[in-house]
Design a protein around this ligand. Structure first.
Ligand code: HEM
Length: 424
């Protein structure tokens, strides 16, 4: 694995501002600069603001030191408005953050994760019955399956007529987070409609006094000052569960892509220990490590600190390369290879699997939905393995400058006409 120079001052990129290069190169921007500079950090400007870009497990530990960074003012306002929004857990710090975060962590018990898997399997089976003998675009089909899974897991009642609207809203928030222009404006309008719907769902649950599942936990939640969440904030947090559960569908499509691209290797890997759930999870982890989702996460310094001989003052802006850390050649052996077996023994390469953020699960900003993501991905991989299908000729390229991307042709699959067999 290549050497990394950590005893030199953090280098500056040439040029005044790197925004255009970042948008052009996308996911590869930070990693390729780090490789070229032989450094896991560099200074530049993005959107004219000075920023320090960092990648790798050591940089992640620096970034996620408790209490060090806030997410406020650390991501473009356009992204925040679609993804987390005002008053949400991600905008909080300190004790207020920990108290709100408990709402999400309480929902991740083994029983609730198992329930998520069961609901997904049920929804997938119902949808897949309609795919028999047809060529379907997995991208579109999975989004509907995930929307129904998310609504059921959160305990939100819905009618069949509503599913299309919710699918549209929840997928637009994710798909347009990195866009500008009409695509973004449409997503903002859908987000506003979705917030109205979520507020009404919370209000109804309170009125009727018989909420279930995650919705019940949101309604009962007390913030650090002992107050319950108002309907607007409760609605935002409800969307903070629904939207990312739908987002897991993208990873399931990526898993289909990986199972196809690496068919012989994954078949041999699974056949070595038939029925071994750890191998399914290893495939899920390798998909999370290699496939593009959040390119980076931003933080602004709350508590000044020194790293690599440089003093970071309050308010300074850093971005951590989530995608590039998964492909960091100093952390991972044969980093670019799809090799799930590494996860059977290797752990997370000292904290280098940070597709969903890093650091402490209890108190930091690391994604509280990570276990649910992996559970749903495992259920998705099992469902794909059980689905008798092949992959017709198409463009399987995944663009590196869309945030986040799909396989270009939406991952079309041709499903056999007979029923599926359960993977075991
Ligand atoms: C495709 C799957 C997912 C990806 C790629 C993803 C990624 C992320 C990332 C990168 C962060 C920011 C971490 C940071 O600020 O340091 C985050 C935060 C968050 N995620 Fe996820 N996530 C996913 C699924 C989920 C799921 C399934 C849930 C809940 C059901 C969830 C709920 C949240 C929440 C509430 C936060 C804010 C946490 C905080 O600020 O304390 N995510 N996620």
């Amino acid at each position: 694995m290549p050497d990394r120079k950590t005893d030199r001052p953090i280098p500056h990129l040439p040029g005044f501002d790197s925004t255009a290069t970042f948008l052009r190169e996308g996911y590869d921007f930070v990693g390729s600069r780090c490789r070229r500079l032989g450094s896991d950090a560099f200074h530049t400007r993005l959107m004219l603001r000075p920023v320090t870009c960092v990648r790798g497990p050591e940089a992640a530990r620096m970034f996620y030191a408790p209490g060090r960074m806030t997410r406020r003012g650390a991501m473009p306002a356009s992204v925040v408005a679609l993804l987390q929004d005002r008053g949400s857990v991600q905008t909080l710090d300190g004790k207020a953050h920990r108290t709100r975060r408990a709402l999400f962590l309480d929902l991740m018990s083994p029983e609730r994760l198992e329930q998520g898997r069961r609901i997904f399997a049920d929804e997938w089976q119902a949808a897949a019955a309609g795919w028999r003998g047809r060529t379907v675009m997995l991208r579109d089909e999975v989004q509907k399956v995930m929307t129904r899974t998310a609504l059921r897991w959160c305990g939100v009642p819905f009618t069949e007529d509503e599913v299309a609207a919710r699918t549209d809203e929840l997928t637009a928030m994710i798909g347009a987070a990195g866009s500008l222009g009409p695509v973004y404006l449409r997503a903002r309008a859908l987000r506003a409609r979705s917030e109205r719907w979520a507020r009404a769902a919370v209000h109804r649950a309170r009125d009727e006094g018989r909420a279930e599942g995650a919705l019940a936990r949101i309604v009962a939640h007390r913030d650090v000052d002992g107050s319950t969440l108002n309907d607007a904030v409760a609605g935002v947090e409800l969307l903070n569960l629904l939207r990312p559960i739908v987002a897991v569908g993208r990873y399931i499509v990526f898993a289909a892509h990986a199972l196809h691209r690496h068919r012989d290797a994954t078949t041999a890997f699974l056949n070595d220990a038939p029925g071994d759930a750890a191998r399914i999870e290893a495939i899920a982890q390798e998909v999370r490590r290699l496939y593009p989702f959040f390119p980076v996460i931003g933080g602004r310094v709350l508590t000044p600190f020194t790293w690599r001989g440089r003093d970071f003052a309050a308010g300074e802006w850093l971005i951590l390369d989530l995608y590039g850390t998964g492909r960091d050649g100093a952390a991972w052996d044969r980093a670019e290879n799809f090799y799930p077996a590494r996860h059977l023994t290797g752990g997370d390469a000292g904290g280098a699997l940070i597709a969903q953020g890093g650091g402490d699960m209890e108190s930091g900003h690391r994604c509280p939905g990570e276990w649910l993501t992996v559970a749903l991905m495992c259920a998705g991989i099992e469902a794909l393995l059980a689905l008798d299908h092949d992959v017709p000729e198409q463009d399987l390229d995944i663009p590196r400058n869309r945030f986040p991307p799909w396989p270009r042709d939406g991952m079309r699959i041709r499903v056999a006409s007979g029923p599926s067999v359960l993977w075991s």
